[in-house]
Design a binder for this molecule. Sequence first.
Ligand SMILES: [Zn+2]
Length: 88
Amino acid sequence: MVSKIVKVTCPFCGSDKTSKNGPNKTKKQVYNCNNSQYTHHNFIEQYTNKAYLPEIRNQVLKMTINGTGTRATGRILDISKDTGTAIS
Ligand SMILES: [Zn+2]
């Protein structure tokens, strides 16, 4: 039996030492990151809420520092303004 191995990269540390950990309660595939250099963490392959991704977070923070309103930040990054407020 040959099974196709799909490499999933951890969105937090970029490691590809990841393993499947079954679906969560919203039926999304959960992965474990096995990068020993970092605290062990889980992630979901496709985050519904993009604001959880570090790159989006950084962008929100940058925009907040530059004085972009949370409403505008949310519109530009396509996240809810409440999410923007929660991060900043
Ligand atoms: Zn990781």
